[in-house]
Structure formats: structure tokens, C-alpha cells
Design a binder for this molecule. Structure first.
Ligand code: SIN
Ligand code: FE2
Length: 220
């Protein structure tokens, strides 16, 4: 009985809509995407059918535990030459799939809710985490300027998000992100370190044994 309950709590729970402030210009928007899931999931499927998820290589020569793809005008990539944005998918040498309207509209609505009206994302990075996959603490700093916020959407299995300070060694807040939650950080918080602890095993009702994170940015 206890096991069933824990599994439910971990992988199935959803949050009622509310905003939690986690920094001067940073917000967790609980359940913000839940009314839009039925439009978002087919759009996600159609993007990764064209630009498949793949484990990219870090400049140091390690394969990322997270599998990634992108849509929009620019996609974030990494290989032995470094981290950067590219207008073409290196797997196909074709432009990335267009950003679905459902993605753009949701990202803009979340940004507006968090105080960043006028956000125009040109890039959506898709991160797929299987259980055990993680994202080490990092800053998002490959974008050409930092005026626009970072807008992030969590789908599927829950994650423990780390939201830190401006030095890697600063203490991080630990924030559980559930299916449908969004995080927006920008302005004075734009360069905060952040990361994700290894995803715990579980099965999500809609997405199975995985978590997706979509990160919307103005990159170019
Ligand atoms: C990232 O910072 O690239 C991913 C964050 C997340 O998966 O929530
Ligand atoms: Fe990031």
C-alpha cells in the first residue's frame, strides 16, 4: 500500500495552478501547462519524429545522460568543438523543425505571467531524461544576449531541480518540478546556476518512464 502511494506521489501528482517566487525575477508556475497538455504532446511527438532525440557529446568527450533535440530557428548543440547554437540539425543537415504554435504560445504566456511580456523565443531545447539521467549545475550563457528570460516546461516524471546562485559553489534551492510545472527566470536572475538531480525511476500516466524538459530561449 505504501509503495503504491509513494509511486503515485512521485510520478503522477500534479499541482494546482499557483505562482511561487524563487528569486527576485524567478518564478515556478505550478500546473501552468496542465490545460494545454493535449496540444503539447502531439506537437512534441511531431518534432522528435523529424529531429530525433540523441545523446550529444560534451566538449570533454562524454556522452550526455540526457537525450536532446530542438525546434525553432536555432537549436542548442554540443560536440567536441564546444557548446553553441546551430540553425541546422547536425544529424540531418536540415533546419530544425519549426516551433509549434502550442509551444510558443505557452512559453509567451508563462513569460508574461512572470513579468517578462514581449518574450519571443527562437529556440526550444528538448531534453529527455530516462531514470538516472541528470543535468549538472550550469549557467545558460550561450545566448547572444541575456535580456530575455529562460522559460522551462516539465512533462512526465518529476524531477528535483536545483536553483543556485551566481557561483557554482553557492547553495542551491531544491525544487520538485512536476508534470505541467513551468519555471521562468530572467533579469537579475538570468545567469543563476541550475541543474537537475538524477531522475528517480517511475512511470508517468501519459509519458511512461521518462521526463521531458522543454527550455525556451531567445538565443540569436
Ligand atoms: C536545463 O537547464 O537545460 C534543463 C533544466 C531541466 O531539465 O529542468
Ligand atoms: Fe539550463
Amino acid at each position: 500500500m505504501q509503495i503504491t502511494f509513494d509511486l503515485f506521489a512521485d510520478s503522477e501528482s500534479e499541482q494546482p495552478r499557483r505562482a511561487e517566487q524563487i528569486g527576485d525575477q524567478s518564478w515556478v508556475l505550478r500546473g501552468f501547462a496542465l490545460p494545454h497538455i493535449e496540444r503539447l504532446l502531439p506537437a512534441l511527438e511531431s518534432v522528435i519524429a523529424i529531429a530525433p532525440l540523441r545523446h550529444m557529446m560534451t566538449p570533454g568527450g562524454f556522452s550526455m545522460s540526457v537525450a536532446t533535440s530542438s525546434c525553432g530557428e536555432l537549436g542548442w548543440i554540443t560536440d567536441r568543438s564546444g557548446y553553441r547554437y546551430s540553425a541546422v540539425d547536425p544529424l540531418s543537415n536540415q533546419p530544425w523543425p519549426a516551433m509549434p504554435d502550442a509551444f510558443r504560445e505557452l512559453a509567451q504566456a508563462a513569460a508574461t505571467q512572470a513579468g517578462f511580456a514581449g518574450f519571443i523565443p527562437d529556440s526550444c531545447l528538448i531534453n529527455r531524461y530516462a531514470p538516472g539521467a541528470k543535468m549538472s549545475l550550469h549557467q545558460d550563457k550561450d545566448e547572444s544576449d541575456y535580456a530575455a528570460p529562460i522559460v522551462s516546461l516539465s512533462l512526465g516524471l518529476s524531477a528535483m531541480f536545483l536553483f543556485g546562485g551566481f557561483a557554482r559553489s553557492d547553495k542551491s534551492q531544491r525544487i520538485a518540478l512536476l508534470h505541467g510545472d513551468m519555471v521562468v527566470w530572467g533579469g537579475v536572475d538570468r545567469l543563476r546556476y541550475h541543474g537537475v538531480l538524477p531522475i528517480k525511476p517511475g512511470r508517468h500516466r501519459l509519458l511512461g518512464e521518462q521526463r521531458f524538459n522543454l527550455t525556451f530561449r531567445t538565443a540569436g
